[in-house]
Write a new protein. Structure first.
Lengths: 342, 342
């Protein structure tokens, strides 16, 4: 079994001799070689320069020996194609924020390959350079999360503008969600056609609303996106952060594998989802701020917890933190690679 | 039935003709009369000046007609009594942060009444001025949440320092939790003896860790605090934010009533807790950023949802936001007061 099989088969709920492993945000600031590249270019230029984006995508493959590569990009990369300005300062800033029915009407559902050609060129370079060593994951934000950013204009503790729209002007929210859904479908289908071998959909802000609002404002759009991606023949992973309260709904999204954060054990998450799913996760990224012994101990506990699942893709429960010591990331990956499902 | 009965009886799981209502952070920046007082004094001076703290505590009683008053203070007010410096800038800053076994050893379990006499004087003034119109709630942070702030030194997205301590040096974390527990017990027992008629324990950061870690690092200390407060004969409310994943554990804490945020409906939260509890909550504070019609509609839905519970204290699911229009806060309170449990 080569690495390619290990990850893709786990997505589909087939168990190998050990779980495959990768880390969300594995190409990032915790790696000195990434910081070297960033000395030369800003974040958005890096996303938009295929040779450099491919280079940093490959860094954790070399350094950590993970079982999958994930396209180096950002969930807001499609925003300019929809007619908005995007900057990083250092968090994302979208301008002007989308606040009214009129703002939504002016948004474009873009011819995405013409608008963000660098994404697809990066994928083509990566498939050539990876030569099948590990599979390449493409990704996008779920429509709820992308829309939340477009309305808010930047990160927010409460997402008050977005929630005000959901609560007081749901028809405007739905019009926006429809446009972000159409855009996301085009964006991801083109990623698969360029060579992405699996797709992860990030619903980072899904957990900010009640299960009832999630069912109305996120889930139906997630289903549309995943249906379209599945029709392209690649496995899908859906990750709704901090959404344990909506697990029963999340389970109906149609993804091959479900991401889960560290708040629930993998066994508890599996029960909450209704069992039968391959799960991806779920070590608290803060564990990787501790010492190697702690990383090994908590990673082993996670692996034992996941050994009873139909499929387990070892990962963190959220993106790796910039202040993480590289040795701890290595210890995490090596602990997974040394584990054998008995 | 007077107001006093309405709130205190609901805490104890007795249903009146309608739920009592108050708002977390009801004395705060959304009120123009509060901002007037704050023009003259900074936040910490306000907390430490009994006449002024009592004045702002009473403002929402007059303006909104809520059914309970809550002491104007901050969960970090006991920190200086433990030997640390406290400032607001505008969020809390504790210095030096508590990071090592040695740091913990130097923390004082204070003679709390001598250290923060202004808290108790504020309570005595309030009981005189309230004259039984509405009951007075005292409060503190749960030991987990207070300890999280002492270790972090300020608010944090990840609470990485605190988690590193939990994961890599649990014995240091337990030593700290023991000291914050002893301090909190003294702090709250003295509040009751000064006149607080109910106590709310805020565990704002409990939801940042897994259910398993919550069971080890928060719950046992919450139980100790609630046991000590209950022995003083007043009802207790425990509110662990964003902790739906640990609901079964939260339910064992021993509080008379449990707070819950908006992520779960009251009916779902009640089921997750194991039924039989009076619940407090749970409108998303962001609903109060919308229009009056939306506030009324969503408040009514919450009230209907809560009508089947053993007891319901209408409240928000987190503190009222500073940018909330006062009219929306009034609409929330009036909707509750106009509701009749059929």
């Amino acid at each position: 079994m080569n690495h390619d099989d290990l990850f893709l088969r786990a997505c589909r709920g087939e168990r190998g001799s050990r779980p495959p492993v990768w880390l969300m945000r594995q190409a990032g600031r915790y790696l000195p070689e990434y910081r070297e590249v960033r000395k030369k270019v800003d974040f958005l230029t890096l996303c938009r320069t295929p040779e450099l984006a491919a280079q940093v995508t490959l860094q954790p493959i070399e350094r950590l020996g993970v079982d999958a590569a994930i396209l180096f990009s950002d969930i807001l990369v499609p925003a300019p194609a929809m007619g908005l300005n995007l900057d990083f300062n250092p968090g994302p800033v979208v301008a002007p924020p989308v606040r009214s029915a009129d703002d939504v009407k002016h948004l474009v559902v873009p011819e995405i390959e013409a608008e963000v050609p660098f994404v697809y060129e990066t994928i083509r370079i990566l498939r050539r350079e990876l030569q099948g060593r590990v599979p390449l994951i493409g990704f996008a934000a779920a429509p709820f999360t992308l829309s939340a950013y477009l309305v808010e204009g930047e990160g927010s503790r409460t997402f008050g503008h977005w929630k005000r729209m959901l609560y007081a002007a749901p028809e405007v929210a739905h019009a926006l969600l429809d446009k972000t859904t159409q855009t996301t479908i085009r964006y991801l289908v083109a990623q698969v056609r360029a060579g992405a071998q699996a797709i992860q959909l990030f619903d980072t802000w899904a957990g900010l609303v009640s299960a009832e609002d999630y069912a109305v404002f996120s889930l139906p759009y997630v289903k549309r996106v995943l249906d379209a991606v599945r029709a392209e023949g690649v496995p899908t992973i859906y990750f709704a952060l901090d959404a344990a309260h909506a697990a029963g709904l999340v389970a109906t999204c149609g993804a091959d594998a479900l991401g889960t954060d560290w708040r629930q054990s993998l066994a508890d998450a599996s029960r909450a989802f209704g069992d039968g799913f391959a799960l991806q996760g779920n070590l608290d990224p803060c564990v990787l701020l501790a010492d190697v012994a702690t990383v090994r101990r908590r990673t082993l506990a996670m692996l034992q917890d996941g050994a009873g699942l139909p499929g387990h893709i070892a990962n963190l429960g959220h993106g790796i933190l910039p202040e993480t010591p590289v040795d701890n990331a290595i210890a995490f990956v090596e602990t997974v690679k040394g584990f054998r499902i008995s």
